[in-house]
Design a protein around this ligand. Structure first.
Ligand code: ADP
Ligand code: MG
Length: 724
């Protein structure tokens, strides 16, 4: 006996038939088998068409539309030969979702017969019924049309499900009037803005040949796997992706024995399966391991160009969800599925570089490369200092709020970690201690060569920092596990574009005044570090003391909740930043603010309603059954003259009453509708509603510790975290 769904779940899991690993395939056979990549294009396109398309892909130059029909037809033939009957324009709306519109290749002829057809115009442009996607007021309902347009720089691929194969075409999603309705358009624009500013600086630094500069991204994804039997009997996990109730288990992660421990076999089989699918789609899955919390894992693909990495990230999350289902798991990307247990992040490793100068955030081997590196690094530092609140805003959502500042997660204060060597170097530059060594006439001897060469290995790591330099890239560690990487990449590219423009102006001025390049560079570095060193921090970001110093002494913003962070998007200097760089128009930025704040309020509202529902219909009845059982037993025994302790009855009765009165308070609080502004509305949910939800939870979790286990309706923390 026992509470049916829970004991059933445990029975099912312990008796499940293992999914057998398929015999391993050769990576070479799997790799990009389902991608219409350059090598396949080369095989099936006429030479001239291939050359033109390749140029567009590599340089971002406009697509020659006259080749679209030929490309579409070749793409269709390839897709059909692999079993596809449909194609879909895939786009990334302002939510973190991936959206698709499917169409058949079918074309009915005048004689009533049908042929499969895919014209160039269908490849290049689509028109999904976009009215149901949030647009933050950009489109009024009478003009609801939105267009998708092929993003040639991200390859088309085949998506296989149980229902067949679909040719997927990555696209941007824009309104009739050309406003971006998605996350890809501003990402592409931010890359273009950064490229322009970086190219100018590289030329000022003396490079004659400068290839297009792109940004790279290698996202590390953390996630939880919970057996589907458990997840399916928890409405909170199903609808909100996190547990709204649950008492911490006796054994949590205190022993740290999960991290880098052996991956459970069932999980390993899942990982192999999902990685195989990733390889077929050309996603370079590389590192996998257990994470700190029980039931938590990580996957990191090798970095790629930001735009491709971002599409691959979205695709990867889809693959994880699908494959987990097949293996009887639910994959949780929520930032904090279990209170008191480590949350999940998505570390966005980011750099910029090109084919001629390589990785621009790599210190390099020569003094010249070092100086160039310092310029780019200083540009990033300036950006984070000036626009830290923006970086906080682009990682703001209801779920990441639970993680930032909680166990083992960076705080909501943006700072930069450089490592001791680099920090020391910049501080010397700021103090002017190395400036004298600078004028070696005529040759590229940048003064920094008087310093010990920068070692490649950053050596010391700081795992508490929200944004850390890790040797040849920055790692944005505060990004949440459920989030699209586009937002953070857009912010990083844009603030870098802004800083590089600033640097370009300064260098140009100094060089124009006849200063030597070396002197001009040191001048720029000095100027930046003197103004922006407040954002550099190498200590423990988790320490209370830092939170005080950061705000009081260094003037950095601490924006603990999304309600605090999103209004940053409405600040004048942010509007100007995006407008100036051409990444987002004021209207587009405003629409993002609208969409994100609406989503924030909605997601807390859904959770609050779930709290009420679950407390009333699952937890209250369990407590009452428990009270019924025990009071009957006590009454029966008293008739026989046996007296029993009544403490448990009293405790359970009190907790139940208290919980139900808090539920009533929460219900009443949700009725409020008269808000003066969106900010006020968000604040109300961030403060009042969330704390009322926590109040209910407090009693419910206390009840879980008192009520008979076999009457408890919800799978508990140890079951969900430890049973695989
Ligand atoms: P960690 O020590 O932080 O756990 P991992 O090895 O798990 O590091 O992940 C590092 C990530 O950084 C990988 O995705 C890797 O491809 C990526 N990376 C490495 N170099 C760059 C670069 N130049 N630009 C962007 N990402 C990079
Ligand atoms: Mg990392």
């Amino acid at each position: 006996m026992g509470y049916e769904p829970r004991s059933q779940a445990i029975y099912q899991i312990t008796n499940r038939e293992p999914i057998l690993t398929e015999p391993p395939s050769r990576l070479e056979d799997l790799w990009a088998a389902d991608v219409f990549d350059l090598s396949k294009m080369k095989q099936c396109l006429p030479k001239a068409v291939f050359k033109s398309l390749k140029k567009t892909i590599e340089t971002g130059e406009a697509l020659d539309v006259s080749i679209a029909d030929t490309v579409a037809s070749a793409m269709k033939d390839w897709a059909i030969s692999k079993g596809a009957a449909y194609y879909a324009h895939v786009f990334y709306p302002m939510t973190n979702a991936t959206a698709e519109k499917h169409d058949g290749f079918v074309s009915v002829q005048s004689d009533g017969t049908a042929i499969s057809e895919f014209a160039g115009k269908l490849l290049v442009q689509g028109e999904p019924d976009g009215s149901s996607f949030p647009h933050g007021g950009i489109r009024s309902t009478f003009e609801a049309r939105g267009y998708t347009a092929w993003d040639v720089t991200s390859p088309a691929y085949l998506m296989e499900t149980d229902n067949g194969v679909t040719l997927c075409i990555p696209t941007v999603f824009v309104s009739w009037t050309g406003e971006a309705l998605d996350k890809k358009t501003p990402l592409l624009r931010s890359i273009a803005a950064m490229n322009k500013a970086a190219t100018r600086v590289l030329k000022l630094l003396g490079h004659k040949e400068v290839a297009p500069v792109n940004s790279s991204c290698g996202p590390e994804q953390e996630y939880f796997l919970v057996d589907a039997h458990f997840a399916n009997s928890r409405p909170d996990l199903l609808l909100a992706g996190r547990t709204l109730f649950g008492k911490p288990p006796a054994k949590g992660q205190q022993f740290d024995d999960h991290y880098f421990g052996a991956i459970p076999e069932r999980v390993q089989v899942f990982m192999q399966d999902v990685e195989k699918r990733m390889y077929r789609l050309g996603i370079p899955a590389k590192t996998r391991h257990n994470e700190v919390a029980p039931g938590q894992f990580e996957i990191a693909p090798v970095f790629e160009a930001a735009n491709v990495a971002s599409d691959h990230q979205q695709l990867m999350m889809t693959l994880f969800r699908q494959t987990a289902k097949k293996h009887g798991f639910v994959c949780l990307f929520h930032e904090k599925p279990f209170a008191g247990i480590n949350g999940s992040g998505k570390h966005v490793n980011w750099s910029v570089g090109n084919a001629t100068q390589g990785n621009l955030l790599d210190p390099g081997d020569s003094p010249h490369e070092n100086a160039q590196f310092l310029v780019f690094c200083a540009a990033v530092i300036r950006g984070v200092h000036k626009y830290g609140p923006l970086m906080r805003a682009v990682i703001a959502n209801a779920s990441n709020d639970h993680r930032l500042g909680a166990n083992e997660a960076p705080p909501a204060i943006m700072s930069v970690y450089l490592g001791s060597q680099l920090e020391e170097l910049f501080s010397q530059i700021a103090k002017g201690e190395i400036s004298e060594n600078y004028s070696h006439k005529g040759e590229m001897r940048i003064g920094v060569d008087t310093l010990p060469p920068l070692s490649k290995d950053a050596g010391d790591r700081n795992r508490t920092s929200p944004f850390a330099f890790t040797g040849n890239r920055f790692e944005f560690r505060a990004v949440g596990s459920s989030q699209s990487v586009s937002g953070p990449l857009i912010a990083l590219n844009t603030i870098l574009a802004d800083s590089l423009t600033f640097i370009g102006d300064l260098l140009e001025k100094e060089l124009g005044q006849g200063f030597e390049l070396n002197t001009a560079i040191v001048g720029v570095l000095k100027d930046i570090i003197q103004k922006h060193s407040a954002v550099i921090f190498g200590g423990d970001n988790y320490a209370e003391e830092w939170h005080r110093i950061a705000v009081e002494e260094r003037g950095l913003a601490n924006l603990p909740t999304t309600a605090d962070a999103l209004p940053v998007l409405r600040e004048k200097y942010i509007e100007e930043l995006f407008d100036r760089t051409g990444v987002l128009s004021p209207v587009e930025l405003e629409s993002r603010y609208e969409v994100y704040s609406e989503q924030y309020i909605l997601s807390i509202e859904v959770e609050a309603k779930l709290v009420i529902d679950m407390a009333k219909t699952a937890i209250y009845p369990a407590a009452m059954r428990h009270l019924g059982d025990i009071s009957n037993t006590i009454a029966g025994l008293e008739e026989m003259g046996i007296k029993l302790d009544r403490d448990n009855i009293k405790t359970v009765a009190e907790l139940t009453n208290s919980m139900m009165s808090k539920v009533s308070k929460l219900s009443a609080a949700l009725e409020k509708e008269d808000f003066g502004s969106t900010e006020e509305h968000m604040k109300y949910f961030a403060d009042t509603i969330r704390s009322m939800m926590n109040d209910v939870r407090e009693d419910a979790d206390a009840l879980e510790a008192e009520v008979a286990d076999d009457l408890w309706p919800l799978p508990n923390y140890q079951e969900m975290l430890f049973i695989k």
